[in-house]
Design a protein around this ligand. Structure first.
Ligand code: SAH
Length: 217
């Protein structure tokens, strides 16, 4: 299979990445393609779509292989579900599927740059295909995904640090932490997450998150 490009995202590591796309629209993904005969035409009309599907390889899960049973994060590791009843990266072909929002397409001198919003991908993820999201066939508001698949809520985030970070990055960091990326119910531990070139240390107490330290990577 051909890799179209490696997407650039604010996420250097898997830990802390939103568990689905579009939970955090401020998470921007940038894809660059060479301006050759193929790509110069392949995007014609794409700006007519507000949303796109990205098909990609969960490349950082390949070495870990496939798992028939996985522990979906919504159960905090307490329940096991079949991989085909989950969106886990540990699938036989490690193929991922994310719907993102189209932001822009730029035709530069030597490259074409496609920018999208709401990625749930580690930076460097190989993109295998891009398709338009088509409402009549892709959206089923009545679809049942079980009460267990509700959209996660953002928890309150307290900034206990003074740092000069621009508003956009601040909001992104706040949302990443607010989605509570902790793998389990460990109350005491301090965690570190890498977002947009910053290492953010945080703790959890009484259903709120506390940012303890932010340093540039
Ligand atoms: N929307 C996609 C992805 C859901 S899983 C789908 O349903 O197929 C999302 C999680 O995959 C993220 O939280 C992150 O931890 C992990 N992830 C993101 N990019 C990855 C990659 N390239 N390799 C392995 N895991 C990745």
């Amino acid at each position: 299979m051909k890799i179209l490009c490696e997407i650039k995202t604010p996420f250097k590591e898997k830990f802390g990445i939103p568990r689905q796309s579009l939970l955090i629209p401020e998470a921007i993904g940038v894809m660059s393609f060479p301006k050759n005969d193929f790509y110069a035409e392949a995007f014609r009309g794409i700006e007519n779509f507000s949303h796109l599907w990205l098909i990609f390889s969960f490349h950082q899960a390949v070495d870990e292989g496939a798992k028939a049973l996985v522990r979906p994060p919504r159960f905090y590791g307490k329940e096991k579900w079949g991989v085909f009843a989950s969106r886990s990266p540990h699938r036989p072909n490690h193929l991922g599927l994310s719907v993102v929002k189209f932001k822009s397409i730029e035709f530069l001198d030597k490259e074409i740059v496609l920018t999208v919003e709401g990625v749930d991908l580690v930076s460097g993820t190989p993109i295998l295909d891009i398709k338009p999201y088509i409402t009549y066939t892709d959206a089923y508001p009545e679809a049942v995904s079980g009460t267990f698949q509700e959209k996660p809520e953002f928890k309150k985030v307290n900034w206990n640090v003074n740092s000069e970070i621009n508003q956009v990055t601040r909001l992104l960091i706040e949302k990443v932490i607010g989605l509570d990326p902790r793998p389990g119910f460990d109350q005491l531990q301090e965690f570190g997450v890498s977002v947009a070139g910053y290492n953010v240390r945080f703790t959890f107490r009484e259903n709120q998150l506390y940012i303890k330290e932010i340093s540039k990577e």
